[in-house]
Write a protein that binds this ligand. Structure first.
Ligand SMILES: NC(=O)c1ccc[n+]([C@@H]2O[C@H](COP(=O)([O-])OP(=O)(O)OC[C@H]3O[C@@H](n4cnc5c(N)ncnc54)[C@H](O)[C@@H]3O)[C@@H](O)[C@H]2O)c1
Length: 252
């Protein structure tokens, strides 16, 4: 299917060592792209080694994205590993810190905003420079249904993800005319380690299932198809969208 073919495309997946980032990276590779995963988790290299053994063009960089100079270096290093400039950027690194808002810690606020929102902006800005020169690029930011809802005990996360949704629209307004599609996906409740606390809380877990029309938690592979779609020519007239991937949750 030419519409979904990513052969020859070069992708950078920030947070590619995470559950959703890894699934999206695998999807892009399966559609023909080559890809570099950036993650702070040292395990990221064994994950991409597994992909390379399957015959995919995958590599990794261990980077702490709270460090702006490390972000800049990682884009240059990724372009070297990919033998060229980046066509597809996925921003999937993210953290969650829970605490009642009145007791929320300054460090937790700073960490969440820095990783979820600030790093997303700087990766977009750095990668867009070459995308603008090439007149082509696809950016997928990972927002959340907490871009639409406030959540409970997660003030920094909700603020960061609301910010990611607005940032996506702002960048789309600036860059869509230059050939870059900037979109966000907004995952709902997905069964990953980020949600361990929620999944282990029987009451909250039941509430989630009762409200989700599809009556199940999402799985990381639910992100694969949408990552391929938003990276491929199939979505060439879509920019500035924030697409819920939530089993119908946000429509209720
Ligand atoms: N799991 C869900 O239900 C859900 C729902 C909505 C949105 N999201 C978002 O999806 C994205 C991926 O989440 P996930 O569920 O795969 O979680 P995850 O914890 O599996 O993945 C997040 C990745 O970010 C990396 N990371 C954290 N801090 C970093 C840093 N300082 N430098 C570099 N990398 C860093 C982690 O090492 C991890 O590999 C996040 O932005 C998250 O907010 C997840």
């Amino acid at each position: 299917m030419e519409l979904f073919n990513l052969s020859g495309k070069r992708a950078l997946v920030v947070g590619g060592g995470g559950d959703l980032g890894f699934a999206m990276m695998e999807g892009l590779l399966e559609a023909g792209a080559s890809a570099v995963a950036v993650d702070i988790d040292p395990n990221v290299s064994s994950l991409t080694d597994l992909l390379s053994k399957k015959g995919f063009k995958a590599s990794s960089l261990q980077v702490d994205i709270t460090d702006r100079s490390a972000i800049k270096k990682s884009v240059a290093d990724a372009e070297k590993l990919l033998n060229g400039s980046i066509d597809i950027l996925v921003n999937s690194a993210g953290i969650q810190r829970r605490r009642p808002s009145e007791d929320y810690l300054e460090k937790d606020w700073d960490d969440v905003i820095s990783i979820n929102l600030t790093a997303t902006f700087f990766y977009c800005q750095l990668v867009a420079k070459n995308m603008i020169l090439n007149g082509y690029g696809k950016i997928i930011n990972v927002a959340s249904i907490m871009s639409f809802f406030g959540g409970v005990t997660i003030p920094a996360y909700a603020a960061s993800k609301g910010g990611v949704a607005q940032l996506t629209k702002a960048l789309s307004n600036d860059w869509a005319s230059k050939g870059i599609c900037v979109n966000a996906i907004a995952p709902g409740y997905i069964d990953t380690r980020l949600n361990t606390a929620l999944i282990n809380d029987d009451e909250r877990s039941t509430e989630v299932l009762l409200r989700t029309p599809m009556k199940r938690w999402g799985i990381p592979n639910d992100m694969k198809g949408v990552a391929i779609f938003l990276s491929s020519p199939a979505s060439d007239f879509i920019s500035g969208a924030v697409l819920p991937i939530d089993g119908g949750y946000s429509a209720r």
